[in-house]
Design a protein around this ligand. Structure first.
Ligand code: FUL
Length: 490
């Protein structure tokens, strides 16, 4: 062979061996950009506040006078500050609950803050909360109840026009909205402009959801929409703060509508389901969604909130934690102390990744260069592009080992898949190196955007091994180790 040709062939072979392998082909249903944002947001606050706060009810009948809404010391910064202390990233406000009273001076009804004594009818709770969120660096979202027990035309086509006008107001006048919450409670008895009767609607047809969803897409393209049926995030099927184990981000939800869905399937999702529709866990810090003085002693403890966090965020769902303001228009001091401690424990725990400095190796790695190297599961700078470890297409049961160099004590393991290419892992087991052999300390089904494994008690080891079993070659962006900070009950 002529020398020049041999040289060229050697060069080509070298180039081929160092060229990055193509990324893994996406598997199954995939998240949209707005859903990826929702996964990253992880936890945020719900704020239930309206005439119910003053009438001591959970569901207003719709005949409440706007005069009852009169917070004595409304402080949006205090409310948002409590959410921020708890490490929550946004606030969703009940702009209108089932009673129909509007917390903003809507142009389309008189049943609003404009007829309240509060700020002489010139107040706007939505505006003040949205502004307070921006000041604190939190995102802002809205709950607009489809069921309206005040409107005379609830049940008629004209009500749907009214509802859409209100949605447009909220999505146009208050800056970026991260989530729109469509409740599933529909129809029943109510005031209905004085009719005081029971009204039933067909929740599969009456609201004509696809055309309402279009408004949200048009005005707030990055907002996710919540309901039993999505289209972006789904209800988790209970109000106790518990996602299924497993809780797949995918589901077969054809035929689901807000208020019409199978809560068991919502809770667990469907492995390989046709839609990417992650669960949102909505739960209140108190028994009720609204503030009731009689529940002052029944506020969830820090430990209970942490359990909820591990059983929601830790299972790949998002957490929507309700913090109801009292009649002053503030979060009660005791609740604030609990939230502060909850936030401190989370921040302290996750600030220190004990896998930092480890060496990662794997039984299989995709390609010959570092593009999909095992080291990609280790801590990286927040500004780095999304990095993950992956394997050859045929390697569906690989193992990844972290060599920690020195004995390390932890009781929380965080695993993440690079979900942009789908939810690929079925099961995993975690083992530690102990007395010259491997001991299994945990096992689970499903990882998704985030899986937190909390051990019963801390373990100390120099090596951690994770075995994966996947339907398509795994794409793992994180294997982290943490020590849960001790709770100091306030
Ligand atoms: C439910 C409503 O009926 C409750 O009042 C509350 O708003 C909760 C978050 O959703 O469906």
């Amino acid at each position: 062979m002529p020398r020049k040709l041999a040289c060229l062939l050697t060069l080509l072979a070298l180039a081929a061996s160092t060229r990055a392998a193509p990324p893994p082909a996406p598997y199954g249903a995939l998240p949209t950009e707005r859903q990826l944002l929702a996964h990253a947001r992880a936890a945020f606050a719900f704020v239930h506040f309206t005439t119910n706060t003053f009438t001591d009810r959970e569901w207003g009948y719709g005949d409440e006078s706007p005069a009852v809404f009169n917070p004595t010391a409304f402080d949006p910064d205090q409310i948002v500050g409590a959410a921020k202390d708890a490490d929550l990233r946004g606030v969703i406000l009940t702009a209108k609950h089932h009673d129909g009273f509007c917390l903003w001076p809507s142009k389309f009804t008189e049943h609003s803050v404009k007829h309240s004594p509060w700020k002489n009818g010139r107040g706007d709770v939505v505006r003040e909360m949205a502004d307070a969120c921006r000041r604190a660096g939190l995102e802002f979202g809205v709950y607009l109840s489809p069921w309206d027990r005040n409107r005379a035309d609830y049940g008629q086509p004209s009500y749907i026009e009214y509802y859409r006008h209100q949605l447009r107001e909220l999505l146009t006048n208050y800056g970026p909205i991260f989530e729109v919450w469509f409740d599933g409670a529909n129809g029943g008895d109510g005031y209905y402009g004085g009719a005081r009767e029971k009204r039933k609607i067909d929740n599969t047809t009456y609201y004509d959801w696809p055309n309402t969803w279009k408004i949200v897409r048009e005005l707030q393209p990055l907002a996710v929409m919540f309901s039993d049926a999505g289209p972006d995030v789904r209800w988790v099927g209970n109000e106790r703060g518990i996602a299924g184990d497993p809780c797949w981000a995918t589901i077969d939800a054809a035929g689901y509508f807000p208020g019409k869905a199978d809560s068991k399937i919502l809770n667990s999702g469907t492995r390989g389901g046709a839609m990417w529709l992650p669960a949102e866990v909505d739960v209140s810090i108190r028994p009720g969604w609204f503030y009731h003085e009689k529940e002052d002693a029944r506020v969830k403890t820090v430990s209970h909130l942490l359990q909820i966090y591990f059983e929601s965020v830790g299972r790949g769902a998002t957490l929507n934690l309700n913090l109801p303001p009292d009649r002053r228009g503030q979060i009660p001091a005791g609740n604030v102390a609990t939230l502060r401690e909850f936030g401190r424990v989370l921040r302290e725990t996750f600030a220190r990744n004990l896998a930092a400095g480890a060496t990662a190796t794997a039984t299989n790695t995709r390609g010959r260069d570092a593009t999909f190297a095992p080291a990609n599961v280790l801590p990286k700078s927040p500004s780095s592009p999304p990095l993950y470890w992956s394997t050859d297409d045929t390697a569906l049961t690989p193992t990844l080992t972290l060599d920690l160099a020195r004995p390390t004590t932890f009781d929380v393991v965080r695993l993440r898949e690079h979900i942009a290419v789908g939810q690929r892992v079925d099961t995993f087991t975690i083992e530690i190196w102990e007395r010259e052999s491997w001991r299994q300390i945990a096992a689970g089904t499903a990882i998704g955007g985030q899986r937190l494994v909390r051990l019963f008690s801390p373990v100390t080891t120099t090596k951690v091994r994770v075995r994966f079993s996947a339907v398509a070659c795994p794409a793992i962006s994180e294997v982290s180790l943490f020590a849960l900070a001790a709770v100091r009950d306030p």
